[in-house]
Design a protein around this ligand. Structure first.
Ligand code: ATP
Length: 203
């Protein structure tokens, strides 16, 4: 008797959005549903601690040693106010992040879905490497209000942070699926349920 082995690849869901638009809130729900989430913010944090090769490259490129919180604040200030420097940092960090994403993907290869939570997915061209681009969208007023509350920042500070990013409306244009996060978290969950139902029905 022969056994037929059918190998399927997981469906890759690229989750993205703007600062404070609700990516973490959405990814927490995917996790709650038992779907693995690869968290790129977490990967970057881990790389800073564990990947000396990456840190050395950054130090070389920026010309100072980065080991204390003060050094990191100095770097954040530089890249926050200078888009070319921000790009230079991204050019160093992203290849390391992509490698880690590949490793984690391998770990979940037998799963039906994998969510890749990548804030800069569109900017770095990762769109072509996922099956669905899901953008968590809020209008600018809601985004500012939630950010001010979460991070205890002034309107001026949150406006600056939002303006340093690609406009959320532009990201929306790249989306296969838009999760409108304007009302309740429950409503966001319903939209995710409905998206996953659609994917399961397609299979
Ligand atoms: P960042 O880019 O800064 O990591 P994010 O996109 O992960 O942010 P979240 O942290 O999920 O965004 O959400 C931002 C804030 O808005 C949080 O305090 C969260 O609890 C709140 N929030 C998210 N969605 C809703 C909602 N539908 N209703 C009310 N509050 C919400």
């Amino acid at each position: 008797m022969s056994v037929q082995v059918v190998k399927t690849n997981p469906i890759l869901i690229g989750l993205t959005g703007g600062i404070g638009s609700g990516k973490t809130t959405a990814s927490n729900y995917f996790r709650y549903l038992g779907i693995p989430v690869i968290d790129c913010d977490l990967i970057v944090k881990r790389l800073w601690k564990e990947n000396q090769m990456m840190v050395k490259q950054i130090e070389f490129s920026f010309g100072f040693s980065i080991s204390s919180d003060e050094d990191r604040k100095k770097l954040a200030k530089i890249i926050f106010s200078d888009s070319k420097k921000r790009e230079a940092l991204n050019q160093i960090v992203h290849p390391f992040v992509f490698l880690e994403v590949e490793k984690e993907k391998e770990f979940y290869r037998d799963r039906q879905f994998i969510v890749i939570d990548m804030p800069l997915l569109i900017e770095v061209g990762y769109k072509k490497l996922v099956d669905y681009v899901v953008v968590v969208y809020v209008n600018p007023l809601t985004q500012k209000t939630r950010l001010m509350e979460r991070d205890n920042l002034s309107l001026e500070e949150v406006t600056k942070r939002i303006q340093a990013q690609m406009p959320l409306d532009d990201k929306k244009a790249f989306a296969d699926v838009v999760l409108e996060n304007e009302t309740t978290i429950g409503d966001l969950h319903h939209q995710i349920d409905s998206f996953l139902r659609g994917l399961r029905d397609e299979k």
